[in-house]
Design a protein around this ligand. Sequence first.
Ligand SMILES: *[C@@H]1O[C@H](CO)[C@@H](O)[C@H](O)[C@H]1NC(C)=O
Ligand SMILES: *[C@@H]1O[C@H](CO)[C@@H](O)[C@H](O)[C@H]1NC(C)=O
Ligand SMILES: *[C@@H]1O[C@H](CO)[C@@H](O)[C@H](O)[C@H]1NC(C)=O
Length: 461
Amino acid sequence: MAAASPILCFLSLLSLSSLVSSTTISLPLSHFTRNPSPDPYQNLNHLVSASLTRAHHLKNPQSTTTTTTISTTPLFPHSYGAYSISLSFGTPPQTIPFLMDTGSDLVWFPCTHRYICNNCSFSSTANPPPLNTFIPKSSSSSKIVGCLSPKCGWIHDPDIQSRCSDCASGSSNCTQICPPYLILYGSGSTGGLLLSETLDLPEKHVPEFIVGCSIFSSRQPAGIAGFGRGPPSLPSQLGLKKFSYCLLSRQFDDTSKSSSLVLDGASDSGEKTDGVVYTPFVENPKVAGRRAFSVYYYVGLRRITVGGKRVKVPYRYLTPGIDGSGGTIVDSGTTFTFMSGEVFELVANEFENQVKSYKRAMDVEAKTGLRPCFNASGHETLSLPELRFHFKGGAEMGLPLENYFVIVDNSGAVCMAVVTDGVVGGSGGPAIILGNFQTQNFYVEYDLRNERLGFRRQSCK
Ligand SMILES: *[C@@H]1O[C@H](CO)[C@@H](O)[C@H](O)[C@H]1NC(C)=O
Ligand SMILES: *[C@@H]1O[C@H](CO)[C@@H](O)[C@H](O)[C@H]1NC(C)=O
Ligand SMILES: *[C@@H]1O[C@H](CO)[C@@H](O)[C@H](O)[C@H]1NC(C)=O
């Protein structure tokens, strides 16, 4: 994880954007700012629990509360093991940072001077920087979405219009607003009103973009830009044919660098990007009451190998069943890849069996929540079996060591950067969630026109 110069960064950004036509927009993508604790165990612990909380949420997206007028849209706590982009909304434009999230579909920002956020200071410093909030009053293009707008149905039930009680049928100038949204997740929430606003992208104005104006949240480090499949997501509203990113290598203490997120409105049909291998997206399971499952990007993971040896993962984990359990999704908001109990055990055991040159570091396992950990102190080079994912269609993702083993600072120990809930038999929802730690220094392309995921190794700098 060598430090890259800002010039190199800039060059890589240029080389990426020069590949693309004028219908393409490139935005800087950077690590979400956080202040790491001086205790490396605490940092890892935080990422482990954030990855697990998120996995729990992605797997169990139903909210626990139900009301008749407010429905829920899934979202979840983002760790700081996430990536952010800045987007400008309004007239004149106000620029707000967002976590980039392929596991949800609403775009929302902290909104108004009165925005309240409980437990939102995740920083270990006493005075975290003030949160950027969007001020609708300062924008001449802000409009609250009406109850009769079909876009209100994007976040509520499609039949919301029949419940706009103040709007007598046929009245075209009804002023009732779209009911507030309330989004619940494992340990946090956000709520507010839907706005129609101008999204100001480099060289492109997008009028009447639907965005959530959140008035209160808990445990949210920033706004969230949903890149999933639902109608309110950024790719859906912009009609993107493709988007791609290259995730900077994860350096927990460095946040000034960025790579780019490329939004492509006119990909040529069938054309492949140089050096990129593709796997088709797998059809989403349709499960009543689990709208979130239709938002995720499912891929066909067929096989996992450790050191060239096939791990015998039972088929039911590799393919989503009719109840929506099983299958693999790619999620930019998850840090460490999640594997269902049985899958995890098979993979972890294979590493434990194959690694003979280092001692297990059980004490480090206890402190970090990761497994297996090995004590590599005193060894000049680190050598561990390769972890490789084999996808439908033949695409293979052979991970560089730093993408699946994390070095525990100063301890001389390394730990496998994969988490599990330990539930044998699977706990519903995706069995495997491919996190962003595993795709550092990969170029990843979501080719929506051709319904496929593409990737290649690339230094993102
Ligand atoms: C913040 O989190 C702590 C611990 O999780 C909890 O006890 C407290 O009630 C929360 N505060 C608010 C205002 O939600
Ligand atoms: C529009 O609103 C005005 C006042 O708010 C009302 O008098 C009028 O009847 C409404 N028109 C229709 C078509 O509903
Ligand atoms: C690793 O092993 C060395 C010597 O064998 C020992 O001094 C050190 O404490 C061990 N580190 C951990 C994290 O277990």
